[in-house]
Structure formats: structure tokens, C-alpha cells
Ligand binder design. Structure first.
Ligand SMILES: [Zn+2]
Length: 255
């Protein structure tokens, strides 16, 4: 095999190491390994944390979903945003930039949201406190500040309520969820998070449709094959065991 590319070395167009180029000076003697290697140290400590309450069972009705933003009343420092469960085409969405395919799905799903909501999703999805395969997430800045670009500082607390449908009864289950974190940690954030969490839970329980605390486990999203499409709202679920549509809460029809 002719190594044509090697012949180009040294041609007038691309002089690689012409003979007249000065050779690097080499002091005499052998190169010895120093006794101690001096290393430049680099590190980044990211700290994400969050809290979630037990679920509150809600009597469902056509207005059940519309009640969710009101449960943040008295605790918001920004606009409230509602993040719907993700349909099947976003089932691999992950906020990890070194996984381009998953990261692209995540960006395509969430670029429309505010910096506060995107930060909340990064924190709460990273620590597995919410799962958009079945959760509806209602979110705002709850405490602390945002930077000049609108992104929450590491000590800011974000969150609100997350709801999903109980697969056995079709009831809506709502829980309070808060999170914080980034390139730092402050001593009093945990306490502030706890206070906000109990305030949000009080709001949830005060809702006219609330039936009380329940110990229902969150659904387990399986595989990602999905395949169920809601006959009522057209939502294609990534949650293949979904008995109730993760988005509108109506009964899913099995093929
Ligand atoms: Zn639906």
C-alpha cells in the first residue's frame, strides 16, 4: 500500500520538518524521572440534593390536573411551570452532556422551559426524585436567588409538586418535591428545603380533592418499548405498564 500521505511531508506546501529547521536542543546526559512528580490538581464537586413527601391521594375529576399549580401558592418566587410526562420519543432523555443522543432528546424536550425549571429537572432527575416517564411536575423557584442568566444559584431551592396516576385505582397521587445544588453547598439549605416541603404538603392536603396521605409506590418504567397510545389525548406512553394515561389520566386501551 503506497503511503501517499507520507510523501507530502516536506513538500513546499506543507513543510513538516525541513532539514534546515533547527533541532530542539538536548542537554547532554540521560533524562531521569524526578523523585517526586509534581501534579497539578483539578476537581469539581457537584452536590445535588432533594426531598420528597409521601403521596397524597386525590379524588380525580376533569379539573384535577388544573389544581396542581395552586398547590404552590405562597411559596413561589418565579413563574410556575408545568412539565408534562414525556412521550415515547423522549424515553431516553437524560441531562448528561457526554451522552449526546440522550442529551439531545433531553434538550429537545426541555429547551422550551425556563432556566429555573431546567435547573430543577437536572437536579431532581439526576437524584431520581422525579421520573418524567409518569410524573407531571409543577415547578418554580421557592427560595434563594438566580444569576444574571436566570439560573438558580446552588443554594436556591426549586421544586413544587409531582403527580402520577395510581395504576390500581386511577387516583391521582401528588407529592411535594424540592431540590437544590450545584458547585457548592450551604449549611442552612437543607433546613430551608424541609420547611418548604412541609409547607407544600400542607397546601396539597388542604386541596378540596385531597383524600389523605397514601403509601403508594411510584410506578416502575420498564424497557422503554412503550407502545400504548392514549385514545383520549393521543399521548404515546413510554411507560409500557401504564393502565392510566400518564398525561391525561384516562384509561389506556390495550391492543
Ligand atoms: Zn391521555
Amino acid at each position: 500500500m503506497p503511503l501517499e500521505f507520507l510523501k507530502r511531508r516536506g513538500t513546499p506546501d506543507t513543510p513538516a520538518t525541513p532539514a534546515e529547521a533547527p533541532q530542539p536542543q538536548r542537554p547532554g546526559g540521560s533524562i531521569t524521572l524526578p523523585e517526586e512528580v509534581i501534579a497539578q490538581e483539578y476537581q469539581l464537586k457537584l452536590y445535588y440534593a432533594g426531598k420528597s413527601t409521601e403521596g397524597v391521594r386525590m379524588r380525580t375529576g376533569p379539573k384535577a390536573m388544573a389544581e396542581l399549580p395552586a398547590m404552590l401558592h405562597g411559596y413561589t418566587r418565579s413563574e410556575i411551570e408545568v412539565v408534562d410526562p414525556l412521550p415515547i420519543e423522549f424515553s431516553q432523555a437524560t441531562p448528561v452532556i457526554s451522552r449526546p443522543s440522550e442529551a439531545m432528546q433531553w434538550l429537545n424536550a426541555h429547551h422550551v422551559h425556563s432556566p429555573v425549571t431546567r435547573h430543577a429537572l437536572v437536579v431532581l432527575e439526576s437524584i431520581d426524585a422525579i421520573d418524567l416517564a409518569f410524573d407531571t411536575f409543577v415547578c418554580a423557584l421557592l427560595d434563594g436567588e438566580v444569576d444574571t442568566s436566570g439560573y438558580p444559584e446552588y443554594s436556591a431551592v426549586v421544586g413544587g409538586v409531582a403527580s402520577h396516576w395510581d395504576e390500581s385505582t386511577g387516583d391521582m397521587i401528588v407529592r411535594a418535591v424540592v431540590g437544590w445544588g450545584g458547585k457548592g453547598v450551604r449549611g442552612d439549605t437543607d433546613r430551608i428545603g424541609s420547611r418548604l416541603l412541609s409547607g407544600l404538603l400542607t397546601n396539597i392536603l388542604a386541596n378540596q380533592y385531597a383524600l389523605g396521605l397514601t403509601a403508594v409506590e411510584r410506578p416502575v418504567p420498564a424497557g422503554g418499548r412503550g407502545g400504548l397510545v392514549c385514545a383520549h389525548c393521543g399521548f404515546a406512553s413510554a411507560h409500557e405498564r401504564a393502565f392510566y394515561c400518564p398525561k391525561c389520566g384516562m384509561r389506556m386501551l390495550r391492543g
